[in-house]
Design a protein around this ligand. Sequence first.
Ligand code: NDP
Length: 248
Amino acid sequence: MKRILITGSSRGIGKAIAQALARQSLALNGAYSLVLHANKNLSAAQELAQTLTAAGTPATALAFDVSDREQCAAVLNADIEANGAFWGVVCNAGITADNAFPMLSGDEWDRVLRTNLDGFYNVLQTLVMPMVRLRDGGRIVTLSSVSGIVGNRGQVNYSASKAGIIGATKALAVEMAKRKITVNCVAPGFIDTDMTANLLAPKEEIFKAIPMQRAGTPEEVAATVAFLFSPEAAYITRQVISVNGGLC
Ligand code: NDP
C-alpha cells in the first residue's frame, strides 16, 4: 500500500483532500494508506482516521507544528521508522495573519512565513530521501493561493509565503523528475473554510471580484489534488493549477 501524508487534514481543505484520496484509493482497489496530520486538533484528525478506516481505507493520525523544524523531523522520522516511507505528500497546512503592510507586525510576518514557507522545508526535506529510496515514483502536491500569484491587499506576508511555495515546488519538481516523483502546486481562490470565515470585507463584496460570483468548496480543491495523485496524472509535474472561479 502506498503511504500518503496530508498535512493540516483535521479540517477544511485538508480534510476534503483526505476524503477524496480515500475514495480514489477504494477505486484503485485499496491503493493507499493515509496519515492525517493536525496541529492543535489531533482529536478531529483521529476521528476522521477512524471514519476512513471503517469505510475501507486504513488511516492514522499524528500531530506536530509544521513551523517547528526539530519537531517535524522527530515525529516524521519516528513514523517512517515504524511504518515505512511515504509515497505521497500533500503540504496543505497553512495560516493567515492579515494586516495592512504599515501595521504588519514582525510576529505576523514571522508566523506566516515560518508556517507556510518553512513548513515546506520542514516537512519535505525529511520525507524526500526515504521517498526516493522506495524507487516507486511518487506524488507531492503543495497548496499555494491566488494571493501568491497576483498578490492581495492586507496579505503581504501570506502572498510572499505562497509565492515562495510556487518557486520551491517548481524547483523540487526539476530535482525529482528523473525519480518519477511529480511535484505540483494547487492554487485555490476564495474557498469556504474556517480560514475565510471572519474576513473584514463582506462576502458579497468579495464575490463581485470573482467571475463565478461564489466561494469555492473544499471538495472542489480536493478533486484537483486527487487528480494529481491519480495514475493518469503521471506526466504532469512543475505545474501550478488554479481552482478559483476565474478570479485571475
Ligand atoms: P483552515 O484554517 O480551515 O485549516 C488549516 C489547517 O492547517 C488545520 O488542519 C490546522 O491544524 C493546520 N495548521 C495550521 N497551522 C499549523 C501549524 N503551525 N502546524 C501544523 N498544522 C497547522 O485552512 P484551509 O483549509 O482553508 O486552508 C488549507 C490550505 O489551503 C492552506 O495552506 C491555505 O493557505 C490554502 N488556501 C486556502 C484558501 C481559502 O480560501 N480557504 C485559499 C487559498 C489557499 P489544526 O486544526 O490541527 O490546528
